[in-house]
Design a protein around this ligand. Sequence first.
Ligand code: CP
Length: 330
Amino acid sequence: MKHFLSTGHLSLSQIEELLDAAMAFKANRRVTNELAGRSVALVFLNPSLRTRASMQIAVYELGGNPVLIEPGSTSWSIEYQDGVVMDGGKTEHIAEFVRVLSRYVSAIGVRTFAELKDWAHERTDPVLSAFAKYATVPVINLESAMHHPCQAMADMLTIRERFVPEKKRVLLTWAWHPKALPMAVPNSFALAAAQSGHDITIANPEGYDLDDELISQVQRCAESAGGSCRTVTEPEIAFEEADVVYAKSWAPAAFYGQPDAAHASELRDQWMVTADRMARTANGIFMHCLPVRRNVIVTDEVLDSPNSLVIDEAENRLHVQKAILASLFK
Ligand code: CP
């Protein structure tokens, strides 16, 4: 089965092929017929603006029919555990949910965030894996506990549009946030940037490292693509000569299972992306997956500057997702 769960399953040439296709869709935006006669289920277990709107429009513009499903809201709540006695609040087991959908649609997109309860369990992407296990049609990851590959592909397209296919110094920098957030976006961004051969710096406070195995995978991918990966804990060093600044907050593994865990308030100013920090870069571009907290993650001055590409990045979600969807039915 041809699922799209992480860019880690793709070769560099497959990534480049998808980016080429996305650029072609962007250059000639119209309704085509790659998904003619097909429906695609879009299962959202969590909120979304960009992913939901861009996926619905992507399916429509490829000539298909998007079917939006919100378990626990406008459709039944889902039980994931095997062998469980279902006498609680959950109505339908995932074994039936996914197999029934597979009889109706040609692909299933699913958004299922980390719950930040049990890192060892959630890092295995249990819900996404269950969708992939039971589906008899392709599954597309619309952000899971560990990965957000559609976002990462849009990020790579945004970098490529700005710099043509060229190796760049890419900074992934942690930012303070009032809430603990999952690691899917930084994981997928670091992985896709490494696969693309960029020189990556991952900057975060001590104790906030991304997953060890993920970092090892990023380092392996960077080296084999001719790039590099380093980690630093000092924001001032991190910004030096960067071509790309990608800001994102995430909670470290130690926060999982700790509902009251909060980022120390002194980290807020130390890690915000400011004009002074951007001035240390090589006229670097600013990127963020959105939604972003203004003057918490990044100042208005940076976010509203000509070097901020966040709106292009969000637009590119549509074009890369059209390329991904079309590739599943070639
Ligand atoms: N970046 C992103 O996935 O946005 P949404 O959460 O709004 O879908």
